[in-house]
Design a protein around this ligand. Structure first.
Ligand code: SF4
Length: 480
């Protein structure tokens, strides 16, 4: 879909609304209106939006604006109304395009003065469906409660291990197949050690609130390497906090690795089946079976891991209600402390995107009912929703939700979404966010994504890190 803007510079926001109506399209900015396009104009008389089809104005909308108008919001709403009048459809999150609906709910509770007023605003201004209004408010409240135990002036740490046994069909993360990269894993750890030590040195005295080792699949490292990694981290930081290790692929987890994890005081791991249907597991390119998952989970329990999270994905190719019921029945029998329910997203960098025509994916109605099913199961398992985010290109434009037993909220997950804490990311693909709490400005430092580049350019990564950490000190982002 082509678009033309005039009088404002909110092109990205215009595209975010176009994505609701024309997902997976190409959005081209025009220098002048054409026969088929959207026009978004801000002038002295307010906001004007028009949909032109075959040279004819098919729909239009005008909104008066003055100095108090939230221009960005009204431009988006004007476009939403224009497109909805010509292409009516059910959008569960209405005109909301951001990744963090619960953050908006929290801010509306403050600005509107009550939970009911926030609910009314979500429904009447943004056209959010009733069940999603309730979900956003519930997540926002549970998040707020969890943040009561957060540590002031602290930072979070992320360490990336970018290796996996194979690449999943839908993956868009920094992940490299272990077989091909095995000879470079030790060199990678050597470079990562330098970055961990540099950050540890520069963050002396700063309280660490959470540590998250993700990837990739950190437990794809062998026992010796995992031990090395955890030794580097515990030797560089004073850690007495929430500490998570992703053990995403159940077939990478051994009793010895769990023993090592436990010996470093780590009590939260994530073992992710995604589905408990072996046919689907083969289809999506995961090398393990559902039996591998049950075995890994039971071993982790036997080793007294106190908090096990499980990730599942709804809408995997070929899966309907029966398959999802089978997955949730299996998970319910294990009683994990938390459950993260993703809806399938067709990401640009994934194999799924390249081979999309080979698969039949869930439609809107099926995805809606699968999400309702997941909520029901979470409730039966005693889990509450505490963290939620949305992504581009999600099937049905829905959401990802994490549920947990009350008191088992993962603070790291909440902080990442709230963007109110400095998070130092180490390793390839790491994206550090330094939050200046005085101005809310966020300085981002990106590490390279390729393992080979990370190994070859470690000095450059360290230079970038030092500059970012110095900026943190200059802005006095948090007390030391
Ligand atoms: S386990 Fe995760 S990181 Fe690894 S390939 Fe699959 S989706 Fe990507």
């Amino acid at each position: 879909m082509d678009y033309f803007t005039e009088g404002h510079s909110y092109a990205d926001d215009i595209i975010s609304v176009l994505q609701l109506f024309f997902p997976n399209s190409v959005y081209t900015r025009l220098d002048a209106p054409s026969e088929n396009c959207v026009v978004s104009r801000l002038g002295d008389d307010g906001i004007y939006t028009c949909l032109i089809l075959n040279g004819v104005r098919a729909a239009e909308n005008r909104i008066a604006a003055d100095s108090k108008t939230d221009i960005k919001r009204e431009l988006k709403l004007s476009l939403y109304k224009t497109l909805m009048s010509r292409f009516p459809r059910e959008l569960p999150w209405g005109a909301l395009t951001g990744v963090r609906p619960a953050k908006l709910a929290s801010s509306l509770i403050k600005t509107e003065g009550s939970r009911q007023a926030a609910a009314d605003a979500l429904k009447n201004i943004y056209f959010v469906r009733d069940d999603k209004v309730r979900l956003a408010l519930e997540v926002s409240e549970n998040e707020e409660k969890a943040l009561e135990k957060c540590i002031p002036d602290s930072v979070g740490l992320y360490i990336g291990i970018p290796f996996c046994p194979t690449r999943c069909l839908y993956c868009s993360f920094t992940s490299y197949p272990l077989e091909k990269y095995r000879s470079r894993t030790d060199a990678y750890l050597d470079c990562l050690k330098r970055e961990i030590e540099l950050c540890g040195y520069n963050l002396r005295g700063v309280p660490i609130e959470s540590v998250y080792i993700g990837g990739g699949t950190p437990t794809a490292l062998d026992e010796k390497q995992l031990y090395r990694l955890l030794t580097y981290i515990s030797g560089s930081f004073d850690i007495n906090c929430e500490f998570t290790v992703e053990a995403g692929r159940p077939d990478t987890l051994t009793e010895e690795k769990l023993r090592i994890i436990k010996s470093f005081g780590i009590d939260r791991i994530s073992i992710n089946p995604q589905t408990l249907n072996d046919k689907t597991l083969r289809l999506i390119g995961r090398q393990h079976t559902s039996s591998d998952f049950f075995r890994a989970f039971e071993t982790a329990r036997r080793m007294n891991i106190g908090h096990i999270n499980c990730d599942v994905i709804l809408g995997l190719p070929g899966e309907g209600e029966d398959e999802v019921v089978h997955t949730f029945d299996g998970l319910k029998s294990l009683a994990p402390e938390s459950l993260t329910v993703h809806t399938l997203a067709v990401k640009r960098a994934s194999r799924l995107r390249e081979t999309l025509e080979e698969y039949s994916l869930a439609d809107f109605g099926l995805m809606d009912s699968l999400l309702a099913l997941s909520r029901r199961y979470a409730g039966e398992m005693g889990l509450i929703p505490y963290y939620m985010y949305r992504q581009k290109n999600m099937v049905g434009n829905f959401e990802n939700v994490s549920y947990c037993l009350p008191g088992h909220e993962c603070i790291y997950n909440i902080r990442i979404m709230e963007e109110n804490q400095t998070i130092i990311a180490m390793g390839c693909g790491g994206s550090t966010k330094i939050v200046d709490r005085n101005t809310d400005r966020i300085e981002r430092i990106f590490n390279v994504k390729s393992v080979d580049d990370y190994i070859a350019r470690t000095d450059e990564m360290l230079d970038r890190k030092i500059k970012g950490l110095n900026w943190r000190k200059e802005t006095d982002s948090y007390a030391e």
